[in-house]
Design a protein around this ligand. Structure first.
Ligand SMILES: *[C@@H]1O[C@H](CO)[C@@H](O)[C@H](O)[C@H]1NC(C)=O
Ligand SMILES: *[C@@H]1O[C@H](CO)[C@@H](O)[C@H](O)[C@H]1NC(C)=O
Ligand SMILES: *[C@@H]1O[C@H](CO)[C@@H](O)[C@H](O)[C@H]1NC(C)=O
Length: 553
């Protein structure tokens, strides 16, 4: 998925002998996945607290793959055929499905520049202030994160309507009319999962079928990607083993209290997440062997995609993206791919994250070379995957050790992020008074249900301070939760001054603050002394705009 962040987690250099399996097909070159690499891989997993990882390399005619560590604890090993959630690496498939639709005779009127409003008229409606954007945002804008909409991930719901029916892509598209944009269209890169859900709705509307079927028939079957799925139910029914997702409890790893450790090593299990709400933004479950077939197709511009389709996929459509750190310069976004210059080559890359999983994909078309990693923790799997992929890419390109960017150190996963959270109040409220004013009302009076038509119900309660959670406090404080969130989160309020608060938001299923975020919040009181509104500015990726919830209970 997404997003955000940095590991100075304790280096425990004690790699254990773990099951791994190597596959060699094609020519007869020496596999880079040798014993030395296996030691490096196990050390990297240990450093980043990842139970297991699968990796595949495509190099000309060769495919090499291996599994390291465990797919499911205590001892089911990762193999190249282990299933993992692919998260946002799904986006490249969604874009590729559009190339096939645009190529097909069935939709001669659809191009990359077709406005979304022309394709899903009643569903692509924006707030009145964005009339121009409503008429002019195109398919290409949605697929390259340049619409002016931020993520709004915390608005995404698994249920909609008064009947609380299961979310459809149409419901998700229809939530746009209640959401703020944060930029004019096409001026800045803002990663937005919701726009890929809108794109999924377009595809499903035009083809009249489930996107999973379109992808299987158009791409996966022709490529022989038979272990690639688009729903949790299909992945669980598959012959391949679906890896369990985990989170590492950093607070227990530094604790001497062994009863705090989960599964004997600080790992907690993440329940398998349903994928119906993720669709074209992140619903793929697959193996590194299947992804190797996909990278080979992309790197070699092979069938089942046309030459025009490959060219469209690789065309950068939004720039700049990222700081360029570690690369030769800032990148761009093509259709479902980050594009970056590196040592005279162009590298296409995309990460994918889900609660409990992280996937990284890289390919270099000029060399017919690519690497994919899949592993079973959120965030840290991407850091571990990048560390391994970069070693292989730099070895392949013959980059001298001293010229290599230190991806592992740059990421300081845990400490960097915790520091960021610790100073959150200073960042959110730099001009706050030194002598904070007390809140006007007793805490209990703020408790209630606050509603926004897209962000839905936020239920605020008083936590008496006996709370668990990693931000423990002995004082009573406000906390909040929301039903039916696609990514379930918990909200903890920290009082700043008067009616102003800082809100710390963490994923419920991986509560180690690696995905933690902050928000500014203000309660607005009516003349009757009742908290009428709760105004929150979510700060993920800068700001998500201001969301005003109305008190309903
Ligand atoms: C994986 O399982 C094996 C066998 O049970 C065990 O020895 C090893 O410590 C496990 N690895 C990890 C990373 O937990
Ligand atoms: C994938 O499944 C199809 C249809 O069942 C079969 O023809 C094909 O050989 C399979 N490919 C691989 C690589 O298993
Ligand atoms: C939101 O909360 C109100 C008040 O409890 C309730 O009537 C309403 O059904 C809830 N809406 C949703 C979408 O859950």
């Amino acid at each position: 998925m997404r997003s955000p962040f940095k590991c100075a987690a304790a280096l425990l250099l004690c790699p254990v002998a773990l099951a791994s399996q190597k596959i060699l097909s094609g020519g007869h070159s020496h596999s880079p996945l040798d014993d030395a690499f296996e030691r490096f891989a196990l050390q990297t997993l240990d450093e980043f607290h990842v139970p297991g990882l699968a990796i595949a390399i495509v190099d000309g005619e060769n495919t090499w793959a291996a599994g390291y560590g465990n797919a499911t604890l205590p001892g089911t090993p990762v193999t190249p055929s282990t299933l993992f959630y692919g998260g946002s690496t799904t986006k490249a498939f969604t874009a590729a499905a559009f190339t096939q639709l645009i190529d097909s005779a069935a939709h001669p009127d659809v191009t990359w520049r077709t406005p979304l409003a022309r394709l899903i008229r009643d569903d692509f409606v924006l707030a009145p202030a964005y009339a121009w954007a409503q008429e002019h945002l195109t398919l290409e804008d949605a697929l390259s994160h340049r619409t002016g909409f931020p993520r709004h991930d915390k608005s995404l719901s698994t249920a909609y309507g008064p009947d609380g029916h299961k979310a459809t892509m149409r419901d998700l598209a229809r939530s746009l009319r209640f959401l703020p944009m944060v930029h004019e269209p096409r001026v800045e890169f803002r990663y937005c999962n919701l726009m890929f859900m809108v794109a999924s709705h377009v595809l499903q509307t035009l083809t009249g079928r489930w996107l999973g079927t379109t992808l299987r028939e158009g791409l996966w079957r022709p490529l022989g990607m038979n272990a690639t799925y688009f729903s949790l139910e299909d992945a669980q029914a598959a012959p391949e083993h679906l890896a369990m997702g985990y989170w590492w409890d950093y607070s227990s790893s530094s604790s001497s209290d062994s009863s705090k450790k989960k599964n004997g090593g600080g790992f907690g299990e993440v329940p398998f997440a349903g994928l119906d709400g993720a669709s074209g933004a992140g619903a793929v479950v697959s193996t590194v062997l299947d992804y190797a077939k996909w990278i080979r197709c992309l790197a070699n511009e092979a069938e089942p995609l046309s030459k025009a389709a490959h060219a469209a996929i690789k065309t950068p459509r939004m720039t700049p993206v990222g700081t360029g750190k570690g690369w030769d310069g800032p990148g761009s976004y093509a259709l479902g791919w980050m594009v970056n210059p590196y040592k005279g080559h162009t590298i296409y890359n995309h990460g994918g994250g889900m609660e409990g999983y992280g996937t990284e994909v890289f390919f270099l078309p000029d060399l017919g070379y690519g690497v994919v990693t899949m592993a079973n923790t959120a965030m840290t799997s991407n850091f571990a995957g990048r560390t391994l992929a970069w070693k292989l890419i730099n070895d392949k390109l013959g980059v001298a050790e001293e010229d290599r960017y230190d991806w592992a150190a740059a990421q300081e996963v845990y400490s960097g992020h915790i520091v960021k959270l610790r100073f959150a109040v200073d960042r959110l409220y730099p001009e706050r008074t030194e002598q904070p004013l007390p809140p006007t009302l007793p805490l209990q009076k703020y408790a209630g249900t606050y509603y926004h038509p897209a962000y839905q119900n936020l239920t605020v309660e008083v936590d008496e301070g006996t709370s668990s959670g990693s931000r423990q406090s002995s004082k009573p404080q406000l906390k909040a939760s929301r039903a039916n969130a696609v990514w379930e989160v918990s909200y903890e309020f920290e009082h700043v001054s008067g009616e102003y608060w800082a809100v710390f938001i963490d994923l419920k299923n991986t509560p180690n603050w690696l995905s933690g975020q902050v928000a500014k919040a203000e309660f607005r009181l009516g003349p009757d002394g009742w908290a009428d509104e709760l105004v929150i500015e979510y700060m993920e990726d800068g700001t998500e705009g201001v969301i005003t919830y109305e008190r309903v209970e």
